[in-house]
Design a protein. Structure first.
Length: 290
C-alpha cells in the first residue's frame, strides 16, 4: 500500500498537469470507489469545475475544485488503497480494464484505476477528520508525540500505524523509522523513554523526507505502457542514483544481513502485518545513552 512518500511523489507529478484544467465530463465504471458519494452527486460536484490546488493529507490526495455552481470550492478526496493509480492519458488511448473513474479534461482523460477497488475517489471528507498531525509539519511536536505514546499499551510498531497518532506512516516506513531509532518494534509504546521518543520522532521525519527526495521505493513508469507493472504512485526523483528500494534498511529483507551490524533481519507478524527488524540493532532494552 502506498504511504506518505509515494502519495507525495504522485501529488507533485499531478499538480502541474491538472492546475487550471476544467472537468468536462465524468464516467463512473466502478461505483464502489465513490462510496458513500453517489455518481449523481459526484457529477454535480465536479463536472464544470476547474482544478485548483492538488495537495496531500496523510495518504489522501486532495483535489480542490472551483465550481461555477458553488460559492465555496469542492474538495475531491482520493485514496489509492492497495493498487490504485491516478494518471492522465490521451482520450484515444485504450481504457484500462480496471479504470474506475474517468474525468474528461478535453485534451486528456484523468483516470483513477484500481485493480482491487480498495481505493476511493469521493466527496466524503470524514476520513480526513480522524487524521493526526502531518509528520513533516511543525505541528508534529516531539512533546505531543510522547504524550500520545504514553497513553498506549500497544506495541510501538502497531501504534505507529494508527493514523490518528501521525498521518501517513505505514508498514514500510514504520519499520524503517524504528530501525533508525534503535527501538524494538515489540516495545510497548508507553514504555518508551523520553530519549527514545525523541529519536523516533526524528527518525520518522528523516526516513519520510529521504524517501520523498529519493523518489520512493520502486522505478516509476508514468505511462504504464512498459512490459512490467508500472505503479503510478511509485517513482524516483530526476537524477537520483539507485532506486530507493535498494536503500531500505530492514523492510522486506528477512534473512538478509543487517547493513549496520551483519546480523540477520527478522520478520514477525504484528496486528496481521509484517514487521522487519534487527534484534542486534533494536534490542528490547535501550542501549543508547541519553
Amino acid at each position: 500500500m502506498p504511504e506518505l512518500p509515494e502519495v507525495e511523489v504522485l501529488v507533485r507529478h499531478l499538480r502541474p498537469q491538472l492546475l487550471g484544467r476544467r472537468i468536462r465530463g465524468l464516467t463512473v465504471r466502478r461505483r464502489l470507489v465513490l462510496d458513500p458519494t453517489t455518481p449523481a452527486a459526484l457529477a454535480r460536484g465536479v463536472v464544470g469545475a476547474t482544478f485548483g490546488e492538488v495537495s496531500r493529507r496523510g495518504k489522501f490526495l486532495l483535489f480542490t475544485l472551483a465550481s461555477p455552481r458553488r460559492a465555496t470550492p469542492v474538495l475531491l478526496v482520493g485514496h489509492l488503497g492497495m493498487t490504485g493509480r491516478m494518471y492522465l492519458a490521451a482520450p484515444a488511448a485504450p481504457l484500462a480494464k480496471h479504470a474506475a473513474v474517468v474525468l474528461d479534461l478535453g485534451g486528456d482523460h484523468f483516470i483513477f484505476e484500481d485493480t482491487r477497488y480498495f481505493g476511493r475517489l469521493t466527496l466524503d471528507t470524514a476520513s480526513l477528520e480522524r487524521l493526526g498531525p502531518e509528520p513533516l509539519d511543525a505541528a508534529f511536536s516531539v512533546e505531543e508525540f510522547g504524550v500520545a505514546l504514553a497513553r498506549s499499551a500497544q506495541a510501538i510498531k502497531v501504534k505507529l500505524l494508527d493514523q490518528s497518532l501521525v498521518a501517513g506512516v505505514g508498514n514500510i516506513y514504520a519499520s524503517e523509522a524504528l530501525f533508525r531509532a534503535g527501538i524494538s518494534p515489540r516495545l510497548a509504546a508507553r514504555r518508551l523513554q523520553a530519549r527514545q521518543v525523541a529519536r523516533l520522532w526524528s527518525a520518522i521525519r528523516d526516513v519520510l523526507a529521504e524517501a520523498i527526495a529519493g523518489g520512493s521505493t520502486l522505478p516509476l513508469d508514468w505511462s504504464g505502457r512498459q512490459g512490467r507493472d508500472g505503479l503510478f504512485y511509485f517513482g524516483r526523483a530526476e537524477g537520483a542514483g539507485d532506486f530507493y528500494e535498494e536503500r531500505l534498511q530492514v523492510y522486506d529483507r528477512a534473512g538478509r544481513e543487517c547493513r549496520r551490524c551483519g546480523a540477520k533481519i527478522v520478520r514477525i507478524v504484528q496486528a496481521a502485518r509484517s514487521t522487519f527488524f534487527c534484534r542486534q540493532c533494536q534490542p528490547a532494552r535501550d542501549r543508547h545513552s541519553a
